[in-house]
Write a protein that binds this ligand. Structure first.
Ligand code: SAM
Length: 223
């Protein structure tokens, strides 16, 4: 109905439906990120240490996310200014970056996630162009030595484009769970000043790895 009907807030409805679709998937509570097959029967839940049952209806999520989205829009309406904001849905290796003060980014990691696949319902509902062939480090390509080297080159290419638009002394902050130690090499390729590397404890709301997971925050500056 949302796709064919005429509503005043169609875009908002699509966002709410997309959020609800993610929560209403037939997955286990402890593996929301990388479900391997639909979970249709009750199962032992490692996250809640009890038997859990997969969802059987989406209404509660539609209700929850409708209320939550309205709350967020209200909060943001008090803060928003008339500042210009531009989103660019494109391959960041080819992006045309205007002058910037600095960068905070959480890039994809090598061999971990196929973003288009994981968010297929969102791409469909929001009518986003399918750019999966441009994903950097997709899970489908694995994490061989060669793939890791290509990943380092790709990330360095993206970040060097951003650096070219930054003033000397500007900060570049990169968040990555760098299990394969790839970012020291990326920093050398970029010839940035390494200001600090901070370990961030990720208190995941989803997944069974809660409490066991750290990621690095690389704080670099342009020489
Ligand atoms: C770790 S996520 C971070 C997402 C977002 N910054 C956030 O915090 O929610 C990495 C993102 O990079 C995107 N990505 C992968 N390859 C890309 C490319 N070549 N150009 C632009 N974005 C890309 C993925 O689709 C994914 O959304």
């Amino acid at each position: 109905f949302i796709e064919i009907g005429h509503y005043e807030y169609t875009d908002l409805m699509k966002v709410i439906l997309s959020r609800s679709a993610r929560s209403a998937r037939l997955t286990t509570h402890f593996d929301l990120d990388f479900p391997k097959r639909p979970q249709t029967t009750p199962y032992w839940c490692h996250k809640h240490s009890r038997e859990c049952t997969p969802v059987t209806e989406a209404y509660k999520f539609l209700r929850r996310y409708s209320i939550d989205s309205l709350k967020r829009i209200k909060e943001f309406s008090l803060l928003r200014t008339d500042a210009q904001i531009e989103f660019c849905h494109a391959d960041s290796r080819q992006a045309d970056i205007p002058p910037i003060d600095g960068v905070i980014t959480s890039p994809p990691y090598v061999g971990l996630i196929d973003y288009h696949e994981q968010h297929a319902y969102g791409y469909h509902l929001l009518g986003l162009e399918d750019n999966r062939h441009d994903e950097i480090g997709p899970a489908a390509n694995g994490s061989s030595k060669k793939t890791k080297q290509e990943y380092q080159q790709d990330i360095a290419q993206v970040l060097s484009l951003a650096l070219a638009s930054m003033p000397s002394g500007g900060f570049m902050i990169v968040v990555a769970g760098d299990r394969a130690n790839l970012y020291d090499e990326i920093a050398s390729l970029l010839a940035v000043e390494v200001e600090a590397v901070v370990q961030r404890h990720v208190n995941r709301r989803t997944g069974r790895r809660a409490g066991e997971f750290y990621e690095s925050v690389f704080i670099w500056s342009k020489k």
